[in-house]
Design a protein around this ligand. Structure first.
Ligand code: SF4
Length: 375
């Protein structure tokens, strides 16, 4: 286990589109959370004492924790971290100022994922965000000034949004990494109750513009929604997409463990939500069989431009994937969605835009070939 995710569930307000496991802070809740986190970290360390290459503190809004709480959170992690470890903290503009950013830097954090979402005040109001555009710009500038590696979250294709202006502002600020998403309307959220719906055509146009404007600024699309300067890709998120092992701490945190040498065993664990997690309930654990493991690797790996090594996946799953998928992969390559390079398959730009379609076809082929063996 060389990667660690840590979930901080507290937010100043709850955005109307959010379906993450989040809550407002109440008296005593953060102290109880930190006490439980200390115990959970000590237990995970006993099982996985390896040094860490990446730590990602996400949420929620980790930067909503006070200085002393953040200090206690980092002090709860007994792992050694590599000299060049990537240590990311999610920050929302409006919860930090320059002094707080310095404190965060002194804790060893070297990468900030800043939840900007938009550089337009009307759009920010529509999203129910607590910060304004000037604060977002100032936070990004201060973070860069202090030497953080900076990633911006942007939400695109929103009603009435000037997507070009958003992307040009992001590019001009000089962040090395941008995560550009479209709004997902999740069931049960206030946005879903208002029957808001995203327009597929607007989304495609926004992604095309993102590729052009961010690409011109030297940020290459390396995953469906992520753009980076060379070397600024998120190593932590790449560990997810490569289906490496990572640990998870905090309520509702997910983890993944690979064991075995040639044939691997893949196990996903998910912590319970806050009240049950505070009571010490252990995570739910699901072991993926060879077919489900292969499907998961295809789905995650093909999100990235690097794609996946089918020969390696064959060894790990014990399935004859190259033979089984050869015809379908050929069809998808002829249709311009996949690239083939010896044993590696990877999505083209069109493939990244139509990933769902490509993955469903590969899954169907695998299920037809193997479902009798694994049902
Ligand atoms: S800040 Fe992020 S995690 Fe918190 S409520 Fe808004 S979308 Fe959800």
């Amino acid at each position: 286990m060389r990667h660690l995710y840590l979930h901080v569930p507290f937010c100043p307000t709850i955005c109307p589109y959010c379906d993450f496991h989040v809550l407002r802070r109440t008296k005593g809740a953060v102290v109880a959370y930190l006490e439980r986190l200390e115990k959970e970290a000590a237990r995970l360390f006993e099982l996985h004492p390896e040094s860490l290459d990446t730590i990602y503190v996400g949420g929620g809004t980790p930067s909503f924790l006070r200085d002393a709480e953040l200090e206690r959170l980092f002090a709860a992690l007994p792992w050694q971290v590599d000299e060049r470890a990537e240590i990311t903290l999610e920050v929302n503009p409006g919860t930090v100022n320059r002094r707080r950013l310095e404190t965060i830097k002194n804790l060893g954090v070297n990468r900030l994922s800043i939840g900007v979402q938009s550089f337009d005040d009307n759009t920010l109001r529509f999203l129910g965000r607590t910060h304004d555009a000037a604060t977002a710009r100032r936070t990004v500038k201060e973070a860069l000034d202090l030497g953080f590696s900076v990633s911006l979250d942007l939400m695109l294709a929103l009603p009435g949004q000037n997507v070009r202006a958003e992307l040009e502002t992001a590019a001009a600020l000089g962040a090395g990494h941008v995560s550009a998403y479209t709004l997902q309307i999740e069931p049960g959220t206030p946005f879903a109750l208002r029957r808001l719906a995203a327009e597929a055509d607007d989304e495609a146009a926004a992604f095309a513009l993102a590729r052009k404007i961010l690409g011109a600024a030297g940020l290459r699309r390396y995953e469906v929604s992520n753009y980076a300067r060379p070397g600024a890709e998120s190593r932590h998120n790449l560990a997810y997409w490569r289906m490496n092992s990572w640990g998870g701490l905090g309520p509702a945190a997910a983890a993944h463990f690979l064991t075995g040498e040639e044939r691997v065993v893949s196990r996903r664990t998910t912590n319970p939500p806050l009240p049950r997690w505070l009571a010490g309930e252990p995570p739910e654990s699901v072991e993926l069989g060879p077919l489900d493991y292969a499907k998961e690797v295809l789905m995650m790996g093909l999100r990235t431009r690097e794609g996946i090594d089918l020969r390696k996946l064959e060894e790990h799953s014990g399935l004859e994937l190259r033979r089984t998928l050869a015809e379908k992969v050929g069809e998808l390559a002829d249709g311009g969605l996949l690239r083939l390079d010896e044993n590696r398959i990877a999505p083209t730009d069109a493939g990244l835009d139509r990933l769902h379609e490509a993955i469903l076809q590969l899954w169907e082929t695998l299920e037809t070939a193997y479902s009798a063996d694994f049902s």
